[in-house]
Design a protein around this ligand. Structure first.
Ligand code: ATP
Ligand code: MG
Length: 400
């Protein structure tokens, strides 16, 4: 007897009251989507749990995939047997024998099906005795067992599971609306994207590039980072904004120390227009407090003035070390550290102001009308949609 199911637990969903149904349906859809490369698997639901039916597939890669799906709290391999005492015994024994490195065990029976004739306590004893009799190298330890063989007797079948594997947690992507993430090629913004998706929110990306000062490789880096993030939440649309003219205009008309602040304000203005066009309710960035000149509270105050949309900054409470450790964990670090130029590193002022005020910046901007440049940039946005590892559609520019 082999493990033939993966049992999926989705903790936090239990707290969501009325939305629960929508959340569960979305989670099931996301799992099905993520497991497309394993066509013979099926995803089923029953009484507060979900199951992946393995149909003979190797469980390891499927577990690895499931661990990255937001909304799943933990997983266990499971053996499904019918509600007969002898088959349950055989299943429990098979589960124990497949528990590598374990020397002690405990049996925990849950009898959800009250029609089953033997009570949970009695079943614990029956199964424990059976396992001891049929094996020679295991002992019982009820307080700190190496492995807990869980037996859940349900209406139609009994599920036997052992090790609990922790998964990503969070909420299923697609249940929390959509956010536009300002994605640079750096370490921070992809991590910010990951943390937003973790709360069930879908992403679209906006990236500002300045050809010919920034290269195709820098653009490709952003596509590659997005590709990694699709592993956690389905397809993602990227808006690539041609930023050269705007940047040149900013550096021509704004004193160098304030150019970075104005550049950020313009980025938010472009982003807001993209949000309006695409029904997106919030903007997100990878900013963290205090890292660089543009990330002081005074800067945020001035930058934020140009938009009424919420600007979400999920990294605001994290240290750089913590952000780096996340980026390694989620698989974006190696791409982020590739040394390709970013538009903000090319047009970078030597000593940007750390303590700008709204009055001063508004005064400096009043000499130039950026709005036509902003509209032009928005009109010339190139859109690319990335779905897991394939690019789906490119803008007309690339096709012509
Ligand atoms: P990151 O590692 O995400 O680049 P950072 O610490 O280098 O962040 P900045 O370069 O000051 O910080 O950028 C702050 C935020 O502004 C980024 O996290 C990102 O959200 C946004 N941003 C910066 N450059 C770009 C760009 N070229 N396109 C889109 N967003 C950008
Ligand atoms: Mg950066």
């Amino acid at each position: 007897m082999q493990y033939d199911h993966i049992l999926i637990r989705y903790g936090e969903l239990g707290l969501k009251g009325k939305n629960i149904k929508q959340f569960i349906v979305q989670l099931q859809k996301n799992i099905q989507e993520a497991l497309k490369e394993f066509p013979s698997t099926r995803v089923t639901r029953s009484q507060g749990r979900m199951f992946v039916v393995l149909n003979g597939q190797d469980p390891e890669p499927i577990i690895e995939k499931c661990k990255t799906i937001f909304g799943i709290y933990s997983l266990s391999l499971a053996i499904k047997v019918n509600n007969e005492i002898e088959t349950i015994k055989a299943g429990a024994l098979a589960a124990l024998k497949q528990s590598e490195y374990a020397h002690t065990f405990k049996v925990s029976v849950r009898r959800a099906n009250k029609a089953f004739p033997i009570g949970s306590q009695e079943m614990n004893r029956v199964l424990g005795a059976h396992l001891l009799k049929k094996t020679s190298d295991f002992t019982v330890n009820v307080h700190e067992p190496d492995v807990e063989i869980k037996v859940e007797i349900r209406e139609k079948a009994t599920y036997i599971t052992s090790t609990v594997i922790r998964a990503a947690g969070g909420l299923p992507v697609g249940t929390g609306g959509k956010t536009l993430l300002l994605l640079s090629g750096g370490i921070d913004s992809p991590v910010a994207g990951y943390l937003i998706m973790k709360r069930g929110v879908e992403l679209e990306m906006i990236h500002f590039h300045s050809p010919p000062f920034t290269s195709e490789r820098a653009k490709q880096k952003v596509l590659d980072l997005t590709k990694v993030l699709t592993e956690y939440g389905g397809s993602i649309k990227i808006h690539l904004v041609p930023f050269t003219k705007l940047q040149q205009e900013i550096f021509k008309s704004i004193p160098e120390r304030y150019a970075m602040t104005v550049m950020r304000r313009v980025m938010l203005q472009v982003s807001e227009k993209v949000c309006q066009k695409n029904n997106i309710l919030a903007i997100a960035t990878g900013e963290s407090l205090g890292q660089v000149a543009s990330q002081t509270l005074a800067s945020m105050n001035v930058i934020n003035e140009v938009t009424n949309l919420p600007v979400i900054r999920p990294l605001v409470g994290l240290d750089k070390e913590e952000i780096i450790s996340y980026s390694k964990e989620i698989g974006t670090y190696d791409i982020s550290v590739k040394p390709y130029e970013d538009c903000c590193t090319i047009f970078v002022p030597k000593s940007p102001v750390t303590n700008p005020t709204r009055e001063k910046v508004n005064y400096l901007e009043s000499n130039t009308d950026f709005s036509t440049f902003i509209d032009e940039a928005v009109e010339n946005i190139e859109e690319i949609t990335i779905r897991n590892s394939t690019i789906l559609e490119e803008s007309f520019d690339d096709l012509l």
